[in-house]
Design a protein around this ligand. Structure first.
Ligand SMILES: Nc1nc2c(ncn2[C@@H]2O[C@H](COP(=O)(O)OP(=O)(O)OP(=O)(O)O)[C@@H](O)[C@H]2O)c(=O)[nH]1
Length: 413
């Protein structure tokens, strides 16, 4: 279900513009043109109904931020929309514990609002840890992060931080001060970096009175970024968002490079990376199978390329269902590869046969057409052979399976 966003705005143009942005972010806007109307809307729903509220600072029935007080008072994460960016409005808005404020002055700010909305949604699944033995630093940072929907963890020393990190793999960002009881912040950062790269875990060093030099020490020790106390709300937020987005972008690029665009399975390159990374010594007994659809060209020729694509996707789903605990990939065209580590040859054959039957009996419906395919399989289970040898042998056996009439498994020369 789409999450809702409460938009309180008296100007019709702004209400429409903000609502459009909310929809563009994949969320559902619920508009109110006054504080009274917002109260009425809220009477019939709980705060959890809404992801957040976007609230104009000045409304005819709430001229000095009373609507913001209303939404923050109801524990609804709130983004304030202001007419301008003058210092008085800024401090009046920020002291109300809003997520952020967006001045209406230019179109660029609306882009920022769109980015912020998307982040609020994603942040619900992103862990951030604050490591400091200074209670004030922890409280300030935690309050800022919670308003942005992050899942926040706090601790006072490096030892607890390692433990939390081990227990919560969704922690993507650490903010640490330099003085910890059991290590300096820079020692802590460099020891984290031995295990996790900048793309896997973002680290922001918080430099105190030591100032500029400490920021440089943090960066040299492996931190992605730094903040200097006293920091302003906007700067902290921009740095946090930028670092989280950087890691997400790298992850997205990596996924795109490793994944077959059509089926979502690993591609050939990533298959070898996974197998070689996962097993330094041969995980015997083991087997490797090559699966190739039979007469697939006919599907394309008779029903069109889109029908062929639908078949490939359906087969990929079957592979995912049948071969958990195995490493599999689309090798190209209508050919797939499955590697079975620590598996007896007899069990592998049974699993492959169940898959072959399932493919044979499946009916793939595409645009009203019922499509049927079969698959030929070559499998090799030499325990003393490496992956390349298994692959060569499986390929020969696949060729034999085709030659012997297709829709069968060939497991011997
Ligand atoms: N729809 C679709 N077709 C693809 C894709 N990749 C390769 N193909 C088609 O797959 C077909 C493979 O044809 P062939 O190599 O002759 O194999 P086949 O028809 O399955 O015959 P056998 O393997 O001998 O049983 C070709 O027509 C390719 O164009 C794809 O991503 N989508």
């Amino acid at each position: 279900m789409q999450q809702k966003v409460l938009v309180i705005e008296s100007s019709d143009t702004s209400l429409k513009r903000v609502s459009r942005l909310v929809r563009k972010a994949g969320l559902s806007p619920v508009g109110a043109d006054s504080l009274i109307q917002a109260r009425q809307l809220f009477e019939h729903s709980t705060p959890e109904t809404f992801l957040c509220a976007i609230v104009a600072y000045a409304l005819p029935d709430a001229p000095r931020g009373e609507a913001i007080d209303f939404t923050t008072g109801a524990f609804l994460p709130t983004i304030a929309v202001t007419e301008d960016i003058n210092p008085l409005t800024r401090s009046a808005v920020l002291e109300r514990q809003v997520i952020d404020y967006v001045p209406k002055e230019n179109a660029q700010n609306y882009d920022y609002l769109h980015r912020l909305l998307k982040r609020l949604h994603k942040n619900k699944y992103t862990g951030v840890m604050v490591v400091s033995n200074d209670r004030q630093v922890r409280n300030d940072m935690t309050s800022l992060l919670l308003r942005h929907n992050f899942v926040v963890y706090e601790c006072t020393c490096a030892a607890d931080a390692y433990q939390l990190l081990g227990a919560h793999p969704h922690i993507r960002l650490i903010l640490t001060t330099n003085t910890l009881p059991d290590a300096s912040g820079t020692q802590f950062v460099s020891s984290l970096r031995k295990a996790l790269s900048k793309e896997q875990l973002g680290i922001i060093g918080i430099a105190g009175a030591e100032g500029t030099i400490m920021s440089a020490h943090f960066i040299k020790s492996g931190a992605n970024d730094f903040l200097r106390i006293p920091y302003c709300h906007e700067e902290a937020l921009c740095r946090i968002m930028q670092n989280v987005e950087y890691m997400e972008s790298v992850q997205a690029i990596r996924e795109a490079a490793n994944t077959d665009y059509l089926t979502g399975l690993s591609n050939r390159r990533h298959f070898f990376y996974e197998v070689n990374l996962g097993y330094s010594s041969l995980p015997t007994p083991h087997s490797l199978a090559l699966l190739d659809l039979d007469f697939f060209k006919r599907i394309n020729d008779d029903y069109g390329h889109d029908a062929g694509d639908a078949v490939l996707k359906a087969i990929a789903r079957l592979i995912t269902q049948h071969f958990d605990n195995a490493v599999f990939a689309r090798f190209g065209g209508e050919e797939f590869c499955v590697y079975f580590p620590h598996s007896e040859a007899g069990d592998v054959l049974k699993r492959l046969e169940a898959f072959r039957l399932d493919v044979e009996q499946s009916c793939i419906v595409h645009e009203g057409h019922e499509l049927h395919v079969t698959t030929s399989i070559g499998v090799c289970s030499y325990d003393d052979s490496d992956i390349d040898t298994l692959l060569r042998e499986a390929d020969k056996r696949l060729y034999r399976a085709k030659h012997l009439g297709r829709n069968q498994i060939c497991s011997s020369d």
